[in-house]
Design a binder for this molecule. Structure first.
Ligand code: MLT
Length: 201
């Protein structure tokens, strides 16, 4: 997958996996990594799917309706890519913390839904429930930050509460941070995610 890898100065710090929103690129979230964990290595990936020229991490049938078959395929593709990147760049595969926004948060949530050891933790900015009606792997103790907007039409508050319940039910330690805004990523939400990260890693 097209990506950027930046080696960090702190070998003990988790590797931050950055996953952009629809229409973004691997450059978008680099400034977030510097705020969250300046010493971490950074692996920032571009989604392999194009929707009218806009990169995404999996296909959708319409807004908010995902192509489940492609979601499963792309989730495995990303998980396999992480295995390969860990070998190629010499980082610990078990120390990957995802930071995703919107579509990027959804593929990160999908990694958590399908693989017990894909991620050591995750910061999900405005995620949705990637799939319903499946049993999740054991996520005991996995710290997850969800940033949500009470006026977010793309992922309404009920969707956030459902995702919280599903991840918590699988054993994850979920923190939900609410903003009184819509789908956008605000600087106060980024700041809250940074504080949460410092408390958990
Ligand atoms: C998705 O398709 O993943 C969500 O609708 C969010 C987005 O548009 O990126």
């Amino acid at each position: 997958m097209k990506h950027i890898f930046q080696k960090g100065t702190d070998r003990e710090a988790p590797v931050l996996l950055l996953l952009h929103g629809t229409g973004g690129t691997e450059n978008d979230l680099i400034p977030l990594a510097e705020l969250i964990s300046p010493g971490s290595s950074v692996l920032s990936v571009r989604g392999n799917v194009l929707e009218n020229g806009m990169p995404r991490f999996f296909r959708r049938l319409s807004e908010g309706i995902f192509d489940e078959e492609d979601l499963i395929f792309r989730t495995k593709e990303l998980n396999d890519f992480l295995d390969q990147a860990a070998a190629d760049y010499g980082f610990d595969r078990k120390q990957v913390v995802a930071v995703g926004y919107s579509n990027g948060a959804n593929i990160a949530a999908s990694l958590l839904f399908h693989y017990s050891d894909a991620l050591r933790g995750a910061i999900l900015h405005h995620p949705m429930v990637p799939r319903r009606g499946i049993e999740l792997p054991d996520l005991a103790g996995v710290p997850i930050f969800i940033g949500a907007g009470s006026n977010d039409n793309m992922c309404p508050p009920n969707e956030t509460r459902d995702l919280d319940g599903i991840l918590t039910g699988a054993g994850a330690q979920v923190t939900v941070h609410w903003e009184a805004f819509g789908h956008q990523l605000t600087s106060s939400e980024v700041k809250a995610a940074g504080i949460w990260y410092q408390q958990n890693f």
